[in-house]
Design a protein around this ligand. Structure first.
Ligand code: 5GP
Ligand code: MG
Length: 177
């Protein structure tokens, strides 16, 4: 059929709780840690990780935003040029451990643009990557440190990540084009 659910609200919530714990474990706590979400849905997921970590450790991590879009107006997934439109990072990233957060990892080009933008802003100690869905098809040597779910896809499929803030729903669906 055309649509297939791959995560429901509970699975999404648990995956983000797990990722939050993994971030704390890998970094041995919250020291120098900060989050940067990639607009739009990466920011919502980053906020949930921020809330989870606040519940677990009692510390609210700094959260910045990178707005990266493609030279295209649809989700044809063919464009090669993600560009950084704007950044909202109101903390010093020098010597910080930055966890980039995005909804879907595909070719890796968006993350590459994000890394480049961060490196232009200073000298982070480390950059890590958390994604809810890794759908494969990488075109660059980029991988995620934290993955909600690995979902093998064909290039003819689109992953829809629905979040409360925009969609009044929390779930992940694959659409067969
Ligand atoms: P990449 O740059 O790795 O090719 O694509 C990742 C970026 O494009 C992410 O910011 C993600 O939001 C978006 N993206 C790529 N493929 C999909 C997809 O199948 N579904 C959704 N929702 N976003 C995608
Ligand atoms: Mg995106």
């Amino acid at each position: 059929e055309k649509f297939k659910e791959i995560m429901d609200a509970n699975q999404m919530r648990r995956a983000l709780v797990r990722i939050s714990h993994e971030i704390l474990e890998k970094n041995k706590g919250v020291e120098n840690l900060c989050l940067v979400g990639i607009q739009r849905r990466g920011v919502n997921l980053a906020k949930r990780i921020q809330e989870n970590i606040e519940k677990i450790e009692g510390v609210k991590l700094p959260l910045g935003i990178l707005d990266i879009t493609f030279y295209r107006d649809d989700l044809s997934l063919l464009s090669e040029h993600p560009t950084v439109n704007s950044t909202r990072i109101d903390f010093d990233i020098n010597n910080k451990k930055i966890v980039l957060v995005d909804d879907v990892l595909f070719t890796g080009r968006t993350v590459r643009a994000a890394i480049e933008a961060l490196m232009d802003m200073g000298r982070p100690k480390m950059i890590q990557l958390a994604v809810l869905i890794d759908r494969g098809h990488r075109e660059l040597p980029i991988r995620a440190d934290y993955v909600g779910k690995n979902v093998p896809t064909s290039r003819k499929e689109i992953v829809h990540v629905l979040v409360d803030e925009f969609d009044n729903d929390n779930r992940v669906i694959i659409e067969q084009l």
